[in-house]
Ligand binder design. Structure first.
Ligand SMILES: NC(=O)c1ccc[n+]([C@@H]2O[C@H](COP(=O)([O-])OP(=O)(O)OC[C@H]3O[C@@H](n4cnc5c(N)ncnc54)[C@H](O)[C@@H]3O)[C@@H](O)[C@H]2O)c1
Ligand SMILES: [Zn+2]
Ligand SMILES: [Zn+2]
Length: 340
C-alpha cells in the first residue's frame, strides 16, 4: 500500500509499505482522508523532539472499517464510516485512572511517537474509533481532530456565553478556537502579527481582531471589554512573548489556557498571577471531545470548510508538505482525500 513516509528530517516520499494486519482488539481501516497538520511539518523539519524516524506521518484520519472484532465495544461493523481518535494511552497510570487519558504519562500520538496513518490502510484499537454521520464528507471528517484541540483549550478554561475570550495566534488552532467561542455565544478577540490571518479571521465570523504589531493590544482589549479584560485567554501561538502577554490580557479572576507549544521556557511575573488570582491551565490534545467536534461540524455551528485551503491526492502529499514548509503563509488546512 502507499504511505507518506519520513525516512529522516527533510526526507519525505511516497513509499510502498506492507498492508498492516490488525492485532488483538484492533480494527483495519481503509483510510479515506488525512489532514496535514503543523506537527507533520514539524516532523518534516526535525524540530519536534518527540518524533522518532523513520515515521509515517498523519494523525487527522477518517476511513471505512474493513475488519473489526465482532465483540467491539461500540458495535462497529465492516463498512462503517469512522474517525480515528489518535491519542493512544496506557490506561494504567494516574491521569488515565481519573479519565485524563490525554495526559497519560506514556501518551503515544500517531505520526509522532508511533506510526501515523497517512496511508491507504491503518490498524487502530477498535475502542478508539468514533462514528461519523453517513453523509459527512471525508474532508470534513479529517478536520475533526484539529477542532478537538481547540475545543479542549476552550473547555479547559470553562468558556461561558457572554464572556470575552482573547485568543493569541490565528493559525488553524486559534481560528477554530475563535469559531468555537462565537458558537458558544462568547465574544472572540483574535490576536496575531500577520494582518492577512486577521482579515481571514474576520471572514470566519470572529468579532474582534487585533494586530499586536500595529496597535496596543492591552488598550484595545480594555476598550472592547469595557475595562474588564478577557475572562478567558487561550494561547495558540507558542511564542514566548505571547504567553507572557496572556497575563496582561486576562481579567482579574480570569482563566488562561496554554495550547501553543513553546520551544523554550517563558519567564512569568507570578505576582500578577497572585494579584489577579488567575487560573492557568495546560491544554494538551483532547479527551472525549470528538463527538462534540463532529456535531459542531455537522450542524455547521463551526463551518470547518472555510479553513480548508485545498484537497490533494496521496501522490501529491510529499511535494505539498515540502511546499507548506517553504510557504506556510499560503496554507491554512490541506487534506489528503483518497476517494476523489
Ligand atoms: N496542545 C496541543 O495538543 C497542540 C496541538 C496542536 C497544535 N499545538 C500548538 O498550537 C500552536 C498553534 O498551532 P497552529 O497549527 O495553529 O500554528 P500556526 O503556526 O499555524 O499559527 C500560529 C500563529 O501564531 C502567530 N504568532 C506568532 N507569534 C505571535 C505573537 N507573539 N503574538 C501573536 N501571534 C503570534 C503566527 O503569526 C501564526 O499565525 C502551535 O504552537 C502548535 O504547536 C498544540
Ligand atoms: Zn493535528
Ligand atoms: Zn496512562
Amino acid at each position: 500500500m502507499k504511505a507518506v513516509n519520513l525516512e529522516k528530517p527533510w526526507n519525505i516520499s511516497l513509499v510502498n509499505k506492507e498492508k498492516p494486519v490488525p492485532g488483538p482488539g484492533e480494527a483495519l481501516i481503509r483510510i479515506m482522508s488525512a489532514g496535514i497538520c503543523g506537527s507533520d511539518i514539524g516532523a518534516f523539519r526535525g524540530t519536534n523532539t518527540l518524533v522518532s524516524y523513520p515515521r509515517t506521518i498523519g494523525h487527522e484520519l477518517a476511513g471505512i472499517v474493513e475488519e473489526i472484532p465482532e465483540d467491539n465495544p461500540r458495535g462497529f461493523k465492516p463498512g462503517d464510516k469512522v474517525i480515528i481518535d489518535p491519542y493512544l494511552y496506557c490506561g494504567q497510570c494516574y491521569p488515565c485512572s481519573i479519565g485524563r487519558t490525554n495526559c497519560c504519562t506514556d501518551l503515544r500520538v500517531l505520526g509522532v511517537q508511533t506510526e501515523g496513518g497517512m496511508a491507504e490502510y491503518y490498524c487502530h484499537p477498535a475502542d478508539m474509533l468514533i462514528r461519523m454521520p453517513a453523509d459527512m464528507s471525508w474532508t470534513d471528517a479529517a478536520m475533526a481532530e484539529p477542532l478537538t484541540i481547540s475545543l479542549h483549550g476552550i473547555h479547559r478554561g470553562g468558556l461561558k456565553a457572554g464572556e470575552y475570550c482573547a485568543i493569541i495566534g490565528a493559525g488553524p488552532i486559534g481560528l477554530l478556537a475563535g469559531m468555537i467561542a462565537e458558537a458558544y455565544g462568547a465574544h472572540a478577540i483574535l490576536l496575531d502579527l500577520v494582518q492577512e490571518r486577521l482579515d481571514f479571521a474576520k471572514e470566519l465570523g470572529v468579532e474582534y481582531t487585533i494586530n499586536s504589531k500595529e496597535e496596543d493590544p492591552i488598550e484595545r482589549i480594555r476598550q472592547i471589554t469595557k475595562g474588564t479584560m478577557a475572562q478567558q485567554v487561550m494561547e495558540c501561538s507558542g511564542a514566548n512573548a505571547a504567553i507572557r502577554s496572556a497575563l496582561d490580557y486576562v481579567s482579574h479572576a480570569g482563566r488562561i489556557t496554554l495550547t501553543g507549544w513553546p520551544k523554550t521556557e517563558t519567564p512569568l511575573p507570578t505576582d500578577m498571577i497572585t494579584r489577579k488570582e488567575i487560573d492557568i491551565r495546560g491544554a494538551r490534545t483532547s479527551a472525549g471531545e470528538f463527538e462534540e467536534a463532529i456535531d459542531l461540524i455537522y450542524t455547521k455551528k463551526v463551518d470547518i470548510t472555510k479553513i480548508l485551503t485545498r484537497t490533494i491526492s496521496i501522490d501529491e502529499a510529499p511535494d505539498t508538505v515540502r511546499d507548506i514548509e517553504k510557504n506556510p503563509g499560503s496554507y491554512m488546512k490541506v487534506v489528503v482525500n483518497m476517494c476523489d
